[in-house]
Design a protein around this ligand. Structure first.
Ligand code: KIV
Length: 286
């Protein structure tokens, strides 16, 4: 049975019905199919792909064209999951017109249904403009990896009373500006709980504790496919990296020892054609 594609309304309804929202990143057709088959609600084509797919040190250098390319591929395998595209660094920070132009490309050219951007008050004009342009938006507060130059690293945020109160203020601003969801990354559990209690849009936590309305993790972290570092908030559900490596090493070993390919992997020819081939081969001059 094909399931109906999830929409922003479904995500808002999930909060009303106290149902947890499941968001998982995916960056291509194959991983999107697996995430859909696993029953997730939202596929986030996160700019984390800069690190886990493209091998960059942080998310700053991934481009609009790269994000569109991966969103297009993921959207093809997304099934009933909503496709949420992450707006990369400097694709929306300049002004509202730039934000609408770039966000629109994700919907028009790549099959996304919504976009996510990082920041609070500094991007409120952009959020309002996107909503006016009928582009559904998810906000992102707390540890915002595109602010790494200012933050000085991937660090837990909102650890002082002032910063925690400011987080709540900015969360309310994003809700009022029209976001239909809010990612909260790496903030103390009880701060996330307070934000969640005060908003009517769902909060989706990553390193923000169990009181959020939903959770998001990076595909490669869930499956043990990225070992450069594992933040404390990650739970790895399968060591697929080890399984992949064992399979690949086995292939290499069988190629070198001549075990692969076996007869069962080879193509034949019918006997008559084969006899003619060898007869002619004798007479042939190359
Ligand atoms: O880019 C990403 O994967 C994200 C999640 C960590 C929320 O923004």
């Amino acid at each position: 049975m094909t399931r109906k594609k999830k929409t922003p309304l479904d995500i808002l309804e999930a909060k009303e019905q106290s149902q947890k929202v499941v968001m998982i990143t995916a960056y291509d057709y194959g991983s999107a199919r697996l995430v859909d088959a696993a029953g997730a609600d939202i596929i986030l084509v996160g700019d984390s792909l800069a690190m886990v797919v493209l091998g960059h040190e942080n998310t700053l250098s991934v481009t609009m064209e790269e994000m569109l390319h991966h969103t297009r591929a993921a959207a093809k395998g997304a099934g009933s999951c909503m496709v949420l595209a992450d707006m990369p660094f400097l694709s929306y920070q300049i002004d509202a017109a730039q934000a609408v132009r770039n966000a629109g490309r994700f919907l028009k050219e790549a099959g996304a249904s919504a976009v996510k951007l990082e920041g609070g008050e500094s991007v409120i004009d952009q959020v309002r403009a996107l909503v006016r342009a009928e582009i559904p938006v998810v906000g992102h507060l707390g540890l915002t990896p595109q602010s790494i130059a200012r933050l000085g690293g991937f660090k837990v945020q909102s650890k002082t009373a002032t910063a925690a109160l400011r987080l709540i203020e900015e969360a309310k601003m994003l809700e009022e500006a029209g976001c239909f969801g809010l990612v909260l990354e790496a903030v103390p559990r009880f701060v996330a709980a307070e934000v969640t209690r005060r908003l009517s849009i769902p909060t989706i936590g990553i390193g923000a504790g169990p009181d959020c309305d939903g959770q998001v993790l990076v595909y490669h972290d869930i499956l043990g496919l990225f070992d450069a570092f594992r933040p404390r908030f990650v739970k790895t559900y399968a060591e697929a990296g080890t399984i992949h490596q064992t399979g690949l090493a086995h292939f290499a070993e069988e190629v070198r020892s001549g075990v692969f390919p076996g007869d069962e992997h080879c193509f034949g020819m019918n006997e008559a054609e084969k006899n003619i081939f060898f007869e002619r081969l004798e007479q042939y001059e190359f």
